[in-house]
Write a protein that binds this ligand. Structure first.
Ligand SMILES: *Cc1c(COP(=O)(O)O)cnc(C)c1O
Length: 385
């Protein structure tokens, strides 16, 4: 991504937005935050959006507001950014992992039932890379067992499932506005979306030292207010989000058109009835080291999301998992490569990545079996939107 290029066309708007905050003096919470909350709730199709300090805080505060704590278990995936798991641990609850689906890289709903216990309180699917998790069966299971569902939508601003936006699919949606996300602030910020009036009220207290009104502390709280400047910048950016996501989609179509015949590359798929937000365009390559070397020579910026699944990180060894517990997540960790995908990139830059990939892969071997392509057969299906 190229944040300079991303911001340049609207630089004046952003400066004016920040100037308005400076002139008002409303730096922490206040009218700019309220305005953005209303706009973002309307965008996501929820009754509420509560602005907080970061996506990590959004997750932690949501679970805290739901009463999740020591002795409880929360089901999530090991193929995610570590913050998902940190937030569970910070409540005192125990993260319980299930593997991801090999075609969509989101939580495998068929794996959930086997890990349910009397202590399970919530399911925390991650809309990884911008693809909504398989929310139909997840919500069904949750309702059947009386569990809450918290969407980690930090990579999925504007993604949709069955015509509804990410953040409106579970009991709460947790967003990050870290600068590199599809909707990014000029610093740290996050939000929780929900239709639950009580949850929204509790979150507003939690983010502000448990206060229901000044000097009245109803319960435990913290300082996780959103900055006025971040809110003003986000309000200036939100009207562009759909166009930016569309540009990301065009990049993904360009990659797909050029690369789908290449045996060495497994392309990402888009589940039917979903609109992927294409936060990251992640391919799988079984021989990754060689490709990364070529990318470095060509000065192509790539990412690895995520090269070590959370259950194999040194910090989380005490959770009791070992290599081999989540074979899909572990294989993906070895094979994932994130390609340049920011909306600011032009077709020439995408084409440079494509020609580099094609040169690295060599000519397609028509005689070879298509077994490696199995997961991308679905990937090759027409895109949903
Ligand atoms: C970015 C991210 C977070 C954390 O958000 P911050 O705003 O950086 O705290 C959580 N989960 C996922 C999947 C993310 O990508």
């Amino acid at each position: 991504m190229d944040l300079d290029a991303r911001h340049a066309p609207w630089r004046r708007d952003y400066l004016l937005a920040m100037e308005a905050v400076i002139d008002s003096g409303c730096f922490s919470g206040g009218p700019f935050v309220e305005r953005f909350e209303n706009e973002f709730a309307a965008y996501c199709g929820t009754r509420h959006a509560v602005g907080v300090g970061s996506g990590t805080d959004a997750l932690w505060l949501t679970m805290t507001a739901m009463g999740i704590g020591p002795g409880d278990e929360v089901i999530t995936v090991p193929m995610t950014f570590v913050a998902t798991v940190e937030a569970i641990l910070l409540t005192g609850a125990k993260p319980v992992f299930v593997d991801i689906d090999p075609a969509t890289y989101t939580m495998d709903p068929t794996a959930i039932e086997a890990v349910l216990t009397s202590r399970t309180k919530a399911i925390l699917p991650v809309h990884l890379f911008g693809q909504p998790a398989d929310m139909g069966p997840i919500m069904e299971l949750a309702r059947m067992h009386g569990l809450r569902v918290i969407e980690d939508a930090a990579q999925a601003h504007g993604a949709a499932w069955s015509g509804r936006k990410a953040g409106s699919l579970g009991d709460a949606g947790c967003f990050s506005f870290y600068p590199g996300k599809n909707l990014g602030a000029f610093g740290e910020a996050g939000a929780v979306t929900t239709d639950d009036d009580g949850l929204a009220r509790d979150l507003r207290m939690l983010r502000d030292h448990g206060q229901s009104e000044k000097h009245r502390h109803e319960g435990f709280g913290w300082n996780s207010r959103m900055d006025g400047i971040q809110a003003a910048v986000l309000s200036a950016k939100l009207p562009h989000l759909d166009a930016w996501n569309h540009a990301r989609r065009l990049h993904s179509l360009r990659y797909r058109a050029a690369l789908s015949a290449t045996r060495e590359i497994i392309l990402p798929s888009e589940r039917p009835a979903t609109a992927h937000a294409w936060h990251l365009h992640v391919i799988r390559v079984p021989r990754r080291a060689g490709l990364l070397e070529v990318f470095r020579q060509e000065e192509i910026g790539y990412g690895l999301h995520y090269p070590v699944p959370v259950h194999l990180q040194p910090a989380y060894r005490n959770l009791g998992y070992t290599a081999g517990d989540f074979p899909v997540a572990e294989q993906c960790a070895d094979q994932f490569v994130s390609l340049p995908s920011g909306p600011e990139l032009d077709a020439d830059r995408i084409d440079h990545v494509i020609s580099t990939l094609l040169r690295w892969a060599g000519p397609p071997a028509a005689s070879r079996t298509k077994s490696l392509h199995e997961p991308s057969t679905r990937a090759g299906a027409p895109l949903g939107v």
